[in-house]
Design a protein around this ligand. Structure first.
Ligand code: G1P
Length: 275
């Protein structure tokens, strides 16, 4: 039912400098696959086969990755090396990739609003590829798409975090409807521990209803002087409903060096087989 997923991929990746000086952070490989491809595979698995990328300057490698590499493919055609292309070929067969460039970095809310022309008037997923989620059953977006059928309103993925880490996340509080599902009544972007409404932090997976675009357009800059998706969602929560969902699976913060290394070790140990 939800056919499109938005990928905000314009950010600088300063925490990985100098690696990200000329290479998009989304192209950093966890073992042998770029971070953004894990995200795209998760979206496609959830039925969101149109992957709408909000890119920026210096991000052309992402567009090239989701295209045919004619010379390379011609060179290795018929050899055993072709097997290494299987996963990306599978993605290219199933997915459609659309792009728009975000000219100024004004926050996640602004990135989402920039993607409006790629989405139109329908509910859509959002995936932040820094948050790598790995699990055995259906992926996190697929779990959320299933939940959307029931609630028909925006949904954010959440996870409990240590109290002294709330300043890194959007944090919610709400009424628990059943195990792992909350109706949100408060959301705060990057609160200090003493201001946090709980320790339930938003992780980079969302289902958004399209009224969010007009709400973002009316949202003033918030934390860090940026237009925050969390603030727009707080308005949506007040006007209608926003759900929060404690997803099944393991999440790695690949926007930080320790999280990235942890993900690399985990994927190498549990999911990697050489061809
Ligand atoms: C963004 C969101 C934040 C969320 C986080 C998840 O923050 O603004 O609400 O908790 O992603 O990774 P960022 O990590 O881009 O600063």
């Amino acid at each position: 039912m939800i056919k499109k997923c938005l990928f905000p991929v314009a950010g600088y990746g300063t925490r990985f400098l100098p690696a990200t000086k000329s290479m998009p952070k989304e192209m950093l490989p966890v073992v042998n696959k770029p971070l953004v491809q894990y995200g795209v595979e998760e979206a496609i698995e959830a039925g969101m086969t149109t992957c709408a990328m909000v890119t920026g300057r210096g991000k052309r490698a992402i567009a090239d990755h989701f295209d045919i590499s004619y010379e390379l493919e011609h060179q290795i055609s018929g050899s055993g090396k072709e097997a290494y292309l299987a996963s990306i070929r599978n993605v290219l067969e199933k997915g459609v990739f659309t792009m728009v460039r975000q000219r100024e970095m004004k926050g996640l809310g602004h990135a989402i609003l920039t993607g409006k022309s790629l989405i139109g008037n329908e509910p859509f997923g959002v995936l932040l590829s820094d948050d790598l989620c790995i699990n055995d059953g259906p992926g996190v977006l697929a779990q959320m798409a299933e939940l959307y059928k029931q609630f028909r309103c925006s949904i954010v993925a959440i996870q409990e975090v240590p109290a002294d880490e709330t300043h890194k996340y959007g944090v919610i509080s709400g009424e628990s409807l059943k195990e792992g599902i909350y109706r949100v009544d408060e959301m705060v972007e990057k609160p200090a521990p003493e201001d946090a409404p709980s320790n339930l932090a938003i992780i980079g997976r969302y289902i958004l209803t399209p009224d969010i675009f007009d709400i973002i357009a009316d949202t003033e800059p918030g934390a860090n002087g940026e237009i925050q998706l969390t603030d727009a969602l707080q308005t949506q929560a007040r006007q209608g409903c926003v759900m929060a969902y404690k997803f099944k699976g393991r999440r790695f913060d690949c926007g930080s060096v320790p999280g990235f290394v942890e993900a690399t070790n985990y994927v190498y140990e549990h999911h990697y087989t050489d061809i």
